[in-house]
Ligand binder design. Structure first.
Ligand code: KG4
Ligand code: ZN
Length: 334
């Protein structure tokens, strides 16, 4: 099977072709155009601007990726239908519907978060089930148990800001540009993670929920009271507090669920300290559990992961009607 993937949920426009050959997933094409520079001037993503950019570049990406105009050799079309920004999602959804309708090919609606989880299936070693998934992006922070392909149980989620959102907001407080995640982690390399003892909100709350808004406020208060702290020390101490909570809750889930594998994915999975800390804890405390994270080029939003998740759904015959599909900004996974 060969499938076309389309992703326009936020500020990356992407089209991809993924196929399955002898049980391996092959990323034949993954064309991507980032709008980060455009939104950086506003300090965050502006939905209408994102939509306009998606519309103006998506066909150039199709050309660049040499996607056949008549759909020849493509068996299905997969598109991100949610969650995300409605005007942005709509560009991809309408394109996916149009292509599926014109080509007379089946259409698959993919949940963006499911795409992030499936980004690790491009690696040589596939995760075994059950898998505990820590999904950390700009809009979501969720702990999920995956019992099989397409089977998700939500263990917990953030009650306020997402992890990536916290990185972005703290970066802003520190005068670092958008998106803040990579900036914070870069500054943190030169800082002392033990310089400031920031709170670890809800770390011992007994459930699997997260909260990052209090941590962000703690950084703001500390900034006001100690203006002489270096940006590097604040960045390193904040990052350590955020990662301690993410890793502690994931390990708690590992002890309860006793999974075969742990999957870390989403934009924040690019964070090296997070990867190393979680992997290290697993090696120490649950060596039988395998650790999976996407290659760095697939941690952010991309259509290859949407195509792969779509391919798995297509194999199960989970298609949608191109005449009626609508973008769902609050689409749930579990
Ligand atoms: O998954 P993603 O590309 O988009 C959404 O679906 O939201 O995630 C983007 C988020 C941003 O908040 C960005 O700051 C964060 O991922 N991020 C990072 C790092 N790289 C990107 N956060 C922490 N450390 C990083 N190295
Ligand atoms: Zn994402």
């Amino acid at each position: 099977m060969r499938i076309l993937g389309i992703e326009t949920s936020c500020d990356e426009t992407s089209v991809a072709i993924v196929s399955e050959q002898d049980g391996q997933f092959v990323m034949e094409k993954n064309e991507l155009a980032s709008q980060v520079k455009i939104h950086a001037q506003y300090g965050g993503v502006v939905p209408e601007v994102a939509a306009r950019e998606h519309a103006s570049i998506v066909f150039a990406l199709m050309e660049q990726g040499q996607i056949p105009h008549d759909g020849e050799g493509i068996d299905a079309v997969a598109v991100t239908a949610g969650p995300g920004l409605v005007p942005a999602l709509r560009i991809g959804v309408e394109l996916g519907k149009s292509l599926a309708w014109a080509w007379k090919k089946p259409l698959v609606a993919v949940n963006h978060l499911e795409g992030h989880i499936y980004s690790v299936w491009f690696e040589q070693l596939a995760p075994l089930f059950p898998a505990v998934c820590l999904l950390v992006s700009g809009g979501h922070t969720e702990l999920i148990v995956m019992r099989g392909h397409g089977q998700y149980e939500l263990l917990g989620m953030t009650r306020d800001d997402a992890a990536g959102e916290a990185f972005d907001k703290v970066a802003k407080l520190l005068g670092l540009p958008y998106p803040g995640g990579p900036e914070i982690s870069r500054a943190a390399l030169k800082g002392n993670p033990a310089a400031i003892d920031f709170p670890r909100p809800m770390m011992h709350s007994g459930d699997y929920d997260f909260s990052f808004s209090g941590l962000k406020t703690a950084v703001r208060v500390r900034r006001a009271e100690h203006p002489d702290d270096t940006v590097e020390d604040v960045a390193a101490s904040f990052q350590q507090a955020a990662i301690d909570t993410l890793v502690a809750k994931t390990m708690k889930a590992v002890h309860q669920v006793q999974p075969a594998s742990v999957i870390l994915s989403g934009g924040v999975s690019a964070n090296r300290l997070l990867r190393e800390t979680l992997h290290g804890q697993l090696t120490d405390k649950a060596p039988e559990v395998s650790f999976h994270a996407p290659q760095l080029s697939l941690t952010g939003d991309n259509a290859a992961m949407i195509a792969l998740a779509g391919l798995m759904k297509a194999k199960r015959g989970e298609f949608v009607d191109p005449l009626t599909l609508v973008a769902d900004p609050n689409m749930r996974l579990a």
